[in-house]
Design a protein around this ligand. Structure first.
Ligand code: HEC
Length: 133
């Protein structure tokens, strides 16, 4: 910080311009084409319901409260671009993430009586392409 203040006028201008440019890129990155944060991806995620009735019930009372709300930071249901890099870790690692909690997700994804098989079905459902274009 001191260095910046002591720098010459011209140098300062350059720094400011680069700083502003970086800021613009950073800001546009947030609003960019990343489907994870787009209102369309969020709306699309809310249209999707698991076919299996038991899985749908669990999904409705736990996973969906975060995985259809972009602001939670959770990969949205049906948003393949958000899920595929995670799915590359393998299904076992995905289930472990849910059981142990992961980042902003609490342990068991708030389904305390779910078993690994149910988690697998829920993950499979959420990571499958949705109705989004
Ligand atoms: C309270 C909010 C919340 C609930 C409820 C929730 N999740 Fe999550 N989930 C998140 C967030 C936030 C992330 C992203 C965490 C990160 O990357 O830091 C996430 C990530 C995941 C991941 C990816 C983990 C990884 O290793 O990349 C899986 C799988 C997952 N959730 C499955 C589920 C399942 C299944 C349920 C329902 C049983 C569920 N989640 C319920 C918030 C939630």
């Amino acid at each position: 910080m001191t260095n910046v203040l002591l720098a010459t006028g011209t140098h300062n201008m350059k720094c400011t311009r680069i700083f502003l440019l970086t800021l613009v890129i950073a800001v546009s990155g947030c609003d960019g084409p990343s489907s994870t944060h787009s209102p369309e991806a969020e709306a699309a995620s809310r249209q999707l319901v698991p076919q299996d009735l038991d899985i749908a019930a669990i999904y409705g009372r736990s996973c969906s409260s975060c995985h259809t709300v972009a602001a939670t930071g959770a990969p949205l249901t049906g948003d393949v671009s958000a899920w595929s890099p995670r799915m590359e870790k393998g299904m076992d690692a995905m289930v472990d993430s849910v059981i142990n909690g992961f980042g902003g997700m609490p342990p068991f994804g708030l389904c305390m009586d779910c078993d690994a098989q149910q988690f697998e079905a829920l993950i499979q459902f959420m990571a499958t392409p949705g109705a989004s274009p």
